[in-house]
Write a protein that binds this ligand. Structure first.
Ligand code: WT7
Length: 675
């Protein structure tokens, strides 16, 4: 019981499990008597199907969203105006003049009915050592951390950087920020010290929350050391809260506070800061097509409502069920569908701290059997990995608790879809392939909701979510109409969950998302509209890579390499990768004056990428070339670099407009040798 010191656990694992199951059964009973999934619209006689409701959501958006906002969220003060939005100017406001608090919506309001229900199941890295936390226990933790932050000088509107593994402490810290009106900025704990420092500086965070160490796949990761290195570059940081995730003592400096010890001195009752609908709930950095990551900023009311509604309806979540979103808390998926969506619905959510391959490729399914998950929500890249390991790892375990199988982050290819459906789900479960982005806040395209039993097609997320108005646009900026066609995917009208700005750079926000197609939100993805109006995503149209479902800007990696003293220039492109979806291919031009050998330079480039970004940005291939293919006007022909990297040298097309066509021959030959 020493895991949290003051905030220990009283029930044994077994009694907790029984309690959870009995609550689940009650939840099911409640579900069976509930009449419709959208009681808010029961009085509208002409709405009979989901299609009708989607149509209604577009025709009368204010009625649609205001009814949901009033019934699904708990407000301190009702809003006066539903939405004040204009895509032409990038001005976006929802639920104007309303006030509320996200931690109240995710915790306090459930205490009366569900205080003893399990809120969090922490699936620790160490196999078989899960921990249950009830809403009451979560509430205590949030209260203590909230008081600790407030008493340490954190005020509403201040940014708090969180660099923690996926643990109850991370969730409680995020909610504690929300409680006192501070803005959390979670940084994925796989990013390097430099990447963390950049994010702390950009957000001007004065408080950092981290752990002494973390464990991942059985390996110890020295989180505190990384934070020390980052904080040494951030003079603005005034304090670092350190949660002891392991027993190992780490050196504590003068900024460092032992978090659990300090929490013991705080009261579990923490006064709530009333927030305006449009106050920022959190920011989260993501990659764009320039080198600098963008601090995507989300609102309190709009974001919370959107994750609440999409969580419930995309997955058909029912009270008492266990939702297992395995994404890390460092990504938007962890924010929306491990925390805000499930907890604002009073649900039970899984915190998966490990990796799909530890201790073996059966980890997910063994966990499904042990914890009786009703839903699992994962990334296609891990499915492709597990599929290779063979069916025995799945079949060994009882998966009969599973009802819905979700995925997100990259296209779910048909082989992986079939395996997920036939092998994992034994043809019993709907496959919910969801499309969305850090910027959209929540799911925008998904097979459900739809009529119960309606067709689900492999390889595509299919249907626009309620309130989402999709459009395809061609390169000239004209809308592509009809079916069986392709274009740039845009969203024609605002929805509550859309990001409000990029921290400190509203101009970049406007130029990235609203300038390319005036009057619409530009997603950066291409899509195909099939017969029936179903959407399939074809991939990014900009210089953003999607590696194992993680977003990386090619420019970020190029910037690191270009800083090497012997590198003249570089170009990074993606190529199809069997497991990762997309691999990273770097073309590097060295200076004539270089003093080091290529091997040594490659080693240093890799070390530089590890240091400045993190190992997730490591190229699969580095090809040294005397030059890069350019047009006569000097623009790098990335199309050619992509074709070569994808093993398609015969599809290079017309290269006569290049300034030095012989560079292409060199690259093609060199690629043949390297692969
Ligand atoms: C990009 C957003 C949103 C959570 C995870 C990623 C790609 C996302 C799908 C899907 C095909 C997908 C897009 C998108 N993407 N879901 N179901 N099918 N592609 O969030 O890091 O903001 O990345 O991921 O390219 O733009 P993100």
């Amino acid at each position: 019981m020493s895991m949290f010191g003051a905030v220990g656990f009283s029930l044994t694992t077994k009694s907790r499990h029984l309690l959870l199951r009995s609550l689940q059964r009650k939840g099911c009973a409640a579900r069976c008597i509930s009449t419709t999934p959208f009681p808010e619209f029961d009085d509208l006689v002409d709405i009979k199907t989901h299609e009708d409701l989607h149509k209604f959501s577009l025709e009368q958006p204010d009625t649609f969203w205001s009814r949901l906002a009033r019934s699904r969220l708990t407000w301190n003060k009702d809003f006066s105006t539903v939405s004040k939005c204009d895509f032409k100017t990038g001005q976006l406001e929802w639920f104007v003049e309303g006030t509320l608090n996200a931690s109240v919506n995710c915790v306090d309001r459930h205490l009366k009915e569900r205080g003893d229900q399990v809120a969090l199941i922490w699936e620790r890295d160490e196999p078989g050592t899960h921990v249950y936390l009830t809403y009451k226990e979560l509430s205590e933790m949030v209260g203590r951390i909230g008081n600790l932050l407030r008493n340490s000088g954190v005020k509403a509107g201040d940014r708090v950087a969180i660099y923690l593994p996926k643990t109850p402490m991370a969730i409680a810290t995020m909610l504690a920020c929300a409680r006192i009106g501070a803005i959390h900025s979670v940084v994925f704990a796989g990013f390097s010290a430099d990447a963390l420092a950049g994010r702390i500086q950009d957000a001007e965070a004065q408080t950092v929350v981290t752990a002494n160490q973390t464990v991942r796949g059985g390996r110890i990761i020295e989180l505190k050391q990384t934070v020390d290195a980052a904080v040494s570059k951030c003079p603005g940081v005034k304090q670092v809260l350190v949660y002891n995730r392991t027993e190992t003592k780490v050196p504590m400096g003068k900024l460092d506070i032992d978090m659990v010890e300090a929490m013991a001195h705080e009261s579990p009752d923490c006064p709530v800061e009333e927030r305006n609908s449009e106050d920022t709930l959190f920011m989260l950095y993501t990659s764009g097509s320039t080198g600098k990551p963008k601090g995507i900023t989300h609102s309190t009311a709009g974001y919370l409502l959107y994750t609440n509604v999409t969580f419930k309806h995309a997955f058909d979540y029912n009270p008492g069920e266990i939702f297992g979103c395995v994404a890390d808390i460092g990504w938007i998926t962890g924010h929306s569908y491990a925390l805000y969506g499930p907890l604002s619905n009073g649900g039970t959510t899984l915190l998966f701290e490990s990796t799909p391959l530890y201790p073996d490729p059966g980890r997910y399914w063994e966990m499904v059997e042990r914890l009786k998950l009703d839903h699992i929500y994962l990334a296609p890249t891990s499915l492709r990995m597990l599929l290779k390991a063979g069916d025995e790892y799945v079949k060994k375990y009882d998966r009969s608790s599973l009802r819905k199988l979700g995925c997100v982050g990259e296209p779910l290819n048909s082989e992986a879809w079939e395996w997920y459906y036939n092998v994992v789900g034994e043809k019993r479960c709907d496959i919910i392939d969801t499309w969305w982005q850090t910027e959209t806040g929540g799911i925008c395209i998904s097979p459900r909701p739809s009529e119960p039993g309606a067709e689900i097609r492999p390889g595509m997320p299919m249907r626009p979510m309620l309130g989402i108005d999709l459009a395809l646009v061609d390169t000239q900026g004209a809308e592509v109409t009809g079916e069986d066609c392709e274009g740039a995917l845009c969203i024609r009208r605002p929805w509550p969950g859309i990001a409000r700005t990029i921290h400190g750079d509203h101009q970049r926000y406007f130029e990235t998302y609203f300038k390319p197609m005036p009057g619409m939100y530009y997603t950066g993805d291409g899509a195909h509209r099939h017969k029936g109006g179903y959407y399939q995503i074809t991939g990014r149209m900009d210089d953003v890579l999607n590696v194992s479902g993680h977003r990386l800007g090619t420019a970020e990696i190029e910037d690191v390499m270009d800083d090497h003293i012997d590198v003249a220039e570089s170009a990074v492109v993606g190529f199809p990768h069997e497991i990762k979806g997309e691999g990273i291919y770097a073309y590097v031009v060295l200076k004539d004056t270089r003093t080091l050998g290529k091997k040594e330079i490659e080693t240093q480039l890799r070390a530089g990428i590890k240091k400045r970004i993190g190992n997730l940005a490591q190229p699969d291939m580095i090809l040294f070339t005397p030059g890069l293919p350019r047009t006569r006007s000097g623009k790098i022909m990335r199309r050619i670099l992509r074709k070569v990297a994808s093993d398609k040298p015969d599809e290079l097309g017309d290269i006569s407009t290049l300034s030095e066509p012989e560079v292409v021959d060199y690259i093609v030959k060199k690629h043949e040798q390297l692969r």
